[in-house]
Design a protein around this ligand. Structure first.
Ligand code: CTP
Ligand code: CA
Length: 227
């Protein structure tokens, strides 16, 4: 019998994960969101914890149980998610952005419920772009010095490799994970493609938790040695 004291792959590391959709309010009772379930991000938070990391999970509105041992911060909007992440990133060694952040929010959030005015004309809603949480953290000082390793996700409906490569460059991150899951009809499992500076590597298709564990192992291999 050999090799029992092998340390866990992320022992002593702090991992920050975003998951789920964001909700962008228009008035106190309405807003726009999307159909992200948050399952992949929650599976990744769980896998990181299993690998020995101290994990903070910043979650948009989802109905999922918090993985055991994970610190969870619930937020609604992209701007709230950014604020929580900027605080968390000051400590973190790894940032994994799985959230389906709403790209736009209504320019104005009314203080009271918007009422029909009797004219038959719907209100005009103007949108403004939300901050890019991943790009913001990736451009921050800790990421640029190599202290914070940033991982992005991209769900694409076509040209996964080309889009994933371009997105990795645009966001300025070392690792981009392409996701062919939710948009590929008839598939129960996800399929992940890792894009880094060396090229592409596909993970074998499987359930989200299995993929999450494999992804965490791949991220751990890419980290610089712990200080
Ligand atoms: N992301 C983010 N903040 C945003 C938008 C995206 O942190 N405001 C992160 C997502 O969590 C994901 C990555 O950026 O890890 C890619 O998200 P995606 O929506 O695929 O990319 P966008 O840059 O928004 O481009 P588009 O939606 O136009 O393809
Ligand atoms: Ca987007």
């Amino acid at each position: 019998i050999v090799a029992f004291f092998q340390p866990k792959a992320l022992a002593g590391r702090r991992v920050l994960v975003t998951a789920g959709p964001t909700f962008e309010a228009m008035d106190p009772i309405r807003g726009i969101t999307n159909h992200s379930s948050g399952k992949m991000g929650f599976a990744i938070a769980r896998a990181a914890r299993e690998a020995g990391a101290q994990v903070t999970l910043v979650a948009g509105p989802v109905s999922l149980p918090t993985p055991r041992g994970v610190t969870r911060l619930d937020v609604q909007s992209a701007r709230q998610m950014l604020q929580a992440c900027e605080a968390g990133a000051r400590q973190a060694d790894v940032f994994i952005a799985t959230a389906a952040v709403a790209d736009w929010r209504p320019e104005v959030q009314a203080d009271h419920k918007i009422k029909k005015d009797g004219s038959g004309q719907p209100p005009a809603v103007r949108f403004v772009e939300n901050p890019d949480i991943l790009a913001t953290l990736a451009q921050g000082e800790r990421a640029r010095s190599g202290a914070l390793y940033c991982v992005g996700f991209a769900a694409e409906s076509e040209n996964l490799v080309a889009h994933a490569r371009a997105k990795r460059g645009r966001k300025g991150i070392p690792l981009l994970v392409g996701n062919i899951g939710p948009l590929a009809f008839g598939r129960d499992d996800n399929e992940l493609l890792l894009v880094d500076e060396h090229g592409e590597q596909a993970l074998p298709p499987g359930p989200k938790l299995v993929l999450a564990r494999q992804l965490i192992a791949q991220i751990a291999r890419r980290l610089r040695p712990a200080a």
